[in-house]
Design a protein around this ligand. Structure first.
Ligand SMILES: Nc1ncnc2c1ncn2[C@@H]1O[C@H](COP(=O)(O)OP(=O)(O)OP(=O)(O)O)[C@@H](O)[C@H]1O
Length: 675
């Protein structure tokens, strides 16, 4: 085929094959769309029409064959298919009204809205969609949604318009209007349209129709000619006739994988010695495919992310967020709620713990009385009882401990302190005896601490704990758990929200629209990271205010380092969310994956209990996780005031950055493979 002839064709598919795993969907398919024509692609459900359109758009790769769209293969470096040269209306029925509005805006931004460069008169109908959008609240009916969706595809005045079942579920008046509009726009000869439809008769308005079945093209030609050649009064009857003949021939050629009957590139009629007006798709001589080449600069530019596309995607996400203030509010409030609940409910001292006291010393000046007066009354409620009552109550679960003093506690204790060697009886009589209910370790530990504290205040202890080297005497479990919890909350909120919104956008067809507009997987990932950064920043500001000012969690270190590490963890969570959502197709599975990883990571990362307590094989896994070193680094920054010169601190940053880079690359690769 000469280059001049190629230029007259909007699309040319030769011997195209495409499979999904073992399912062969397109099998040696040929299709030719001349420039300035409406091409009606007809065929039963599941015959591979959408798959073929995606291959033409370059969002699906073909397994074999050749496709040329507007002169070059789709996705060829520097070629704007997918991109500005093509408009696409996907076959999505569950579109939400808000998404359509955003789809229109996104389409306009990404493809640099036509109205900037083209006179309005050229596409007055498209521009009317803008006014429809302005009345976005009224976009409720299916017809309106389809009209706006079509408007989004038309916005950039594409040279090729691909519409996947635009008239399904649309009333006859609107259907007629859509066709009328298509007929009008191809009149200039500069726009070509490919439209799929189940309403075969409406395709009579197309200049050319292609009848597909089982991933093959049965016939291709002008509707009237196809009807004449099959002696059919309607296009539908012609199609049925062709299917019947195809079945008969198919049963004789049972070797065809999908019941196809035609040799590759051969028309059904050519087997009968008649030639259909196949617009150049007949068997013909074996053609040499044109060779395409692109300058290295064009190739580099093709791969490099375009900031205009990223900016458009960020605007899309921002518009989407603004349209869902409830969800946005929830995203800001959730971490604040989580950290507040954590600080309020975890790590504090238990209050009002009842303890039975059996004091056999009666004198008010005794050591035992003095000691008991130093016990923290807000935490420990002393109940004076006899020996029998105390133990009966403890076994009944009424008291968490029994504290006992012997008759001669004061004199024996004095002897213990003065004499170098004392008898066992003196040691025993000069000791405070404590029986603990150890079923609740936290309460038992607190009681032990309170009794020890009382001794220290009373100066009866042999130990004197000096001011701590780092931290404070009052530091509790909350102090330990807060840095890890903040990182974990930021990370997992970003994972969940990114995974969910990405999967939903893909399901709604918004993502596909962006890809067809020429957005690359790298741009998609970068735009998500930047958009999420805005949310994370607000979350972190609120978290820090709450943590440092309300709950008075100490911070001895550089606040910039604290913020930087939390932001990095949030970004890493976003990247991980993108990995999950690019690999998983539906929101339920994506949410399950995010939740499934949450608890094991929380437990093994040393966030709620020190890594030093983890058995050795698990400890190695723990050290490889994204939050283990980061939590340790944040604790060292906040409580020891350490900076980046310390290995523990920079190691936290390096590990987080490493995981982030790994997740970003993985998400880009998975998206690229799946596009
Ligand atoms: N992502 C996918 N993974 C696996 N199989 C798929 C995928 N997409 C489509 N298929 C299968 O490929 C076949 C062709 O699907 P396709 O959507 O191209 O058909 P269609 O002709 O457009 O159908 P319809 O007219 O109902 O939209 C079907 O059997 C479908 O189940």
């Amino acid at each position: 085929m000469t280059e001049g002839r190629m230029k007259d064709l909007a699309i040319r598919c030769r011997e195209v094959c495409r499979s999904y795993g073992k399912l062969k969907v397109l099998s040696n398919l040929n299709l030719t769309v001349p420039q300035g024509h409406i091409y009606g692609l007809l065929g039963p459900s599941g015959c591979g029409k959408t798959t073929l359109l995606k291959c033409i758009l370059g969002t699906l790769k073909i397994s074999r064959g050749h496709i040329s769209v507007l002169g070059k293969p789709p996705a060829f470096p520097g070629h704007q298919v997918p991109g500005r040269m093509v408009g696409y209306m996907p076959q999505v029925h569950c579109y939400q009204i808000k998404c359509i509005y955003i789809a229109l805006l996104t389409s306009a931004d990404i493809s640099k809205c036509c109205t900037e460069t083209q006179p309005e008169t050229q596409n007055s109908k498209q521009c009317r969609c803008r006014s429809t959008v302005a009345r976005k609240n009224s976009l409720e009916s299916g017809g309106q949604k389809r009209r706006v969706s079509l408007g989004a595809a038309l916005l950039q005045n594409p040279q090729l318009l691909i519409l996947d079942e635009p008239t399904v579920g649309v009333d006859p008046v609107l259907r007629a209007k859509i066709w009328q509009h298509l007929v009008e726009i191809v009149k200039t000869g500069k726009v070509s349209v490919v439209i799929t439809t189940h309403y075969i008769e409406e395709a009579r308005q197309a200049n050319v129709v292609g009848l597909m079945r089982n991933g093959r093209m049965l016939a291709e030609g002008e509707p009237e000619t196809l009807m004449k050649q099959n002696s059919a009064a309607t296009l539908e009857k012609a199609f049925l006739q062709l299917c019947e003949t195809s079945d008969q021939v198919g049963s004789k050629h049972s070797t065809y994988p999908q019941g196809g009957v035609l040799e590759s590139g051969q028309s059904l009629e050519s087997g009968r010695g008649e030639s259909l007006p196949m617009l150049g798709v007949g068997p013909g001589p074996v053609e040499e495919l044109p060779k395409y080449s692109a300058d290295w600069k064009v190739r580099v530019r093709h791969v490099m992310p375009k900031w205009r596309n990223i900016a458009a995607l960020i605007i899309k996400t921002t518009v989407r967020m603004k349209r869902m203030p409830g969800s946005l509010f929830f995203q800001f409030l959730l971490p604040v709620m989580q950290i507040s609940l954590m600080c309020l409910c975890i790590g504090g001292d238990p209050k009002g713990i009842q303890v039975a006291v059996v004091n056999n010393e009666t004198s008010s000046s005794s050591f035992s009385q003095s000691l008991l007066s130093f016990l923290d009354n807000s935490s420990v409620q002393q109940v004076n009882l006899s020996h029998a009552e105390a133990f009966a109550g403890a076994y009944n679960g009424e008291y968490w401990a029994v504290i006992g003093f012997g008759n001669n506690f004061t004199s024996y204790l004095t002897k213990r302190m003065i004499q170098r060697q004392v008898s066992k009886e003196v040691v025993d009589g000069g000791s405070v005896h404590v029986w603990l209910d150890l079923t609740n370790r936290q309460i038992a530990l607190m009681l032990q601490k309170k009794i020890k504290d009382a001794f220290e205040v009373h100066q009866s202890s042999l130990f004197f704990f000096e001011e701590p080297i780092y931290g404070s005497m009052n530091s509790d479990f909350t102090t330990f758990v807060t840095p890890g919890a903040v990182l974990s909350i930021t990370f997992y909120l970003a994972v969940g929200l990114t995974a969910l919104s990405f999967v939903i956008e893909r399901k709604e067809g918004l993502m596909e629209r962006c890809w067809v507009s020429g957005v690359s997987s790298m741009e998609t990932v970068l735009a998500y990271l930047i958009s999420q950064l805005i949310i994370i920043s607000v979350q972190i500001i609120l978290l820090l205010i709450l943590m440092l000012l309300v709950f008075k969690i100490p911070n001895e270190g550089n606040l910039v380092l604290v913020i930087a590490l939390i932001v990095l963890q949030g970004i890493t969570g976003t990247s991980f969310g993108l990995v999950i959502s690019s690999a998983i197709d539906d929101e339920q599975n994506a949410t399950q994956a995010a939740l499934g990883i949450f608890y094991p990571n929380l437990i093994v990362s040393g966030i709620i209990w020190p890594v030093e307590c983890i058995p050795y094989p698990l400890r190695y896994i723990s050290l490889a996780l994204p939050q283990t070193y980061a939590s340790e680094a944040l604790r060292c920054i906040m409580y020891r005031g350490w900076g980046l010169s310390r290995m523990i601190v920079w190691r936290g940053f390096v590990v987080t950055l490493g995981w982030n880079t790994f997740f970003v690359i993985l998400a880009i690769v998975i998206l690229k493979l799946r596009m």
